[in-house]
Design a binder for this molecule. Structure first.
Ligand SMILES: [Zn+2]
Length: 391
């Protein structure tokens, strides 16, 4: 064979090997670099915390784990969550949120609508199907598909919860099988509607039961807390909320402008969720809305879920997260506070989901009662779902 032909073949082989290496290893590398666990002082676990933690029904309103190329049935030593770690942490209910558009640099102050979108790049390097490249609805459906596959393949480990009756059955089944995990599906922002109200029904039919309105960009529904306009709810946004609530989709106002939150409160016939946040009075971060508005959300029977990362609690250690929860309890009452980790949402956190017992301990150390801890760790989430999932 002529030398030129041989060297061409070697080059082709090298290119193919590089491509395989890139598409296999780079998504995991990105995941490891983006979803971090930092060293932090963790409390010593007492016998009381162990006994209490084992009795809790634990629920978390926000995790972006479906975004990443991770086999969720395997236990990983990176990222914040997979099924074995959720089981180890005694988690019962996990809302999985689907991110469809996120700006370069994730800026809390201001992002222009034409800022470069990271999820397009992630979709390309993770080899998501071509239909996800230019459709945000398809991105949400693709991520949901990963959860639905787990539910079909491993029914002894995971159930999808989309209605009050499925929730009741799940609670019964979990008594016999404490490893059983209930998954729920949500969107991070209504960018996933692609500006089309018909996509609400489409997402509902695929199991979505919570939708937030904005993420880092302003959209057709109204202004993002991190956008440019500062606008309230648009006419399209009002129509979207009416449609969501008529179907039984719970509305999440995380990342929305204060004006959007006020407008939703004024029109909504349902209580609202803040699926991952902190309290401005505890941590004055541009990620958090005012205490006054949080009180209005709670007065309307809403639920506020506290996150574990710096943007929410300023100092992301277990004591400060517990202090944010205590602050929330003092501000709005223990029946309105829940957990909203933002695990795997490009965050750095002090403990992963398998280590949630440290939070139970920190809440005990701050003097919270066992009843308050039961409410915050998941009791309130269970009650909210019992009231607000479709029949
Ligand atoms: Zn978020």
């Amino acid at each position: 064979m002529p030398f030129k032909k041989v060297s061409l073949k070697i080059t082709a082989c090298l290119v193919i090997l590089f491509a395989i290496g890139f598409f296999v290893f780079f998504p995991a590398y990105l995941d490891k670099q983006t979803n971090l666990l930092h060293d932090s002082h963790l409390p010593v676990i007492s016998a009381q915390a162990r006994t209490l933690h084992a009795q809790l029904i634990i629920g978390d309103w926000h995790s972006d784990t479906l975004l990443w190329k991770r086999d969720l049935m395997d236990k990983h030593d990176y990222g914040h969550m997979d099924i074995p770690r959720l089981q180890q942490g005694n988690v019962a209910l996990q809302m999985l949120t689907t991110v469809t558009k996120s700006p370069d640099g994730i800026n809390y102050e201001e992002n222009s609508t034409d800022a470069s979108d990271n999820i397009t790049k992630l979709a390309l390097v993770s080899l998501w199907p071509a239909k996800t490249w230019d459709s945000l609805a398809e991105r949400a459906l693709f991520q949901a598909g990963k959860a639905l596959e787990l539910v079909n393949e491993f029914p002894q480990h995971v159930s999808l919860i989309t209605s009050k009756s499925e929730l009741a059955r799940f609670i019964l089944e979990r008594k016999a099988n404490p490893q059983l995990l209930g998954l729920l599906l949500g969107t991070e922002g209504s960018h996933a509607l692609d500006g089309d109200l018909n996509n609400i029904q489409r997402l509902f039919d695929s199991g979505f039961r919570m939708m937030s309105l904005q993420h880092f960009f302003d959209n057709k529904l109204g202004g993002s807390l991190h956008g440019e306009s500062g606008e309230g709810l648009t006419t399209f946004g009002r129509e979207a909320i009416q449609k969501m609530q008529s179907l039984g989709i719970m509305v999440d106002v995380s990342h929305s402008t204060e004006q959007v939150v006020k407008d939703v409160l004024a029109m909504s016939n349902q209580p609202l969720l803040v699926s991952h946040t902190g309290f401005y009075g505890h941590c004055p971060s541009p990620r958090n809305i005012s205490d006054d508005l949080m009180q209005q959300i709670a007065a309307n029977d809403g639920l506020i879920a506290v996150g574990y990362w710096d943007g929410a609690v300023c100092e992301p250690n277990v004591i400060e997260i517990a202090k944010a929860i205590k602050y929330g309890i003092e501000l709005v009452g223990s029946e309105h506070i829940a957990l909203g980790s933002d695990y795997d949402g490009a965050t750095s956190v002090p403990f992963d989901t398998s280590e949630l017992i440290y939070l139970t301990q920190a809440l005990l150390d701050l003097g919270l009662s066992e009843l308050q801890i039961k409410q915050v760790m998941g009791g309130n989430m269970l009650r909210y779902l019992q009231l607000h999932l479709p029949g």
